[in-house]
Design a protein. Structure first.
Length: 198
């Protein structure tokens, strides 16, 4: 009889906590606050527009006719790794590390040696706040170059070091999944010059 009561109590607790699940993909229950789960640096695992990845490397194929005859054929490529950082006090930013492989073309000598550039680029920054009873997050841009000064993202998942947002922009569905990054990127919000070169 005691075992039956314990099982019934566990079922009631499980149902109660399952009903508390705020986000589509969780967590179902956590002792950590929403700001604490959001705070930190994240690697962009996926970013799609209408199901198409925006993270795929870009490459360009070239073919040149040399002055002395012959042809130069080569491919330049561009790969970027994107990051988000959120501070607990309401600041955020997006930046990326880019690797560009290109060629220095000399048509007279009919050569095109390859070289690679690396750089950190700060893309956007501003403030964030929870809205819609903490079901969404508003990212407000502090950069005047952006057409929309703020974007509202529905929170799909807000687990510790695992976040997923989505929003509709006109007819396009944007989805972003963020995963753990082993460095404390939040500290760079205060002094972004630690990692960026302008």
């Amino acid at each position: 009889m005691l075992l039956a009561r314990r099982i019934a109590l566990l079922l009631v607790i499980a149902i109660a906590f399952g009903a508390c699940k705020k986000y589509e993909e969780g967590p179902g229950f956590t002792l950590r606050g929403k700001k604490g789960r959001l705070k930190g640096g994240y690697l962009v695992i996926s970013h799609t527009e209408d199901g198409v990845s925006t993270l795929d490397p870009v490459s360009y194929e070239y073919s040149y006719n040399c002055i002395s005859g012959g042809t130069l054929d080569f491919t330049d490529s561009y790969v970027e790794t994107r990051y988000y950082a959120f501070s607990k006090d309401g600041e955020w930013e997006i930046f990326h590390y880019q690797e560009v492989t290109t060629h220095s073309v000399d048509l007279a000598a009919c050569t095109a040696p390859e070289y690679t550039n690396w750089d950190w680029v700060r893309d956007a920054w501003g403030t964030w706040e929870f809205i819609d009873d903490e079901a969404s997050i508003r990212l407000t841009y502090d950069d005047e170059d952006f057409v929309n000064p703020a974007e509202d993202w529905e929170i799909v998942k807000l687990k510790n070091k695992s976040i997923k947002f989505k929003r509709t922009d006109g007819s396009k569905l944007h989805e972003v999944e963020l995963g753990p990054y082993d460095k404390d990127l939040e500290s760079y919000i205060v002094d972004i010059s630690k990692i960026l070169t302008y």
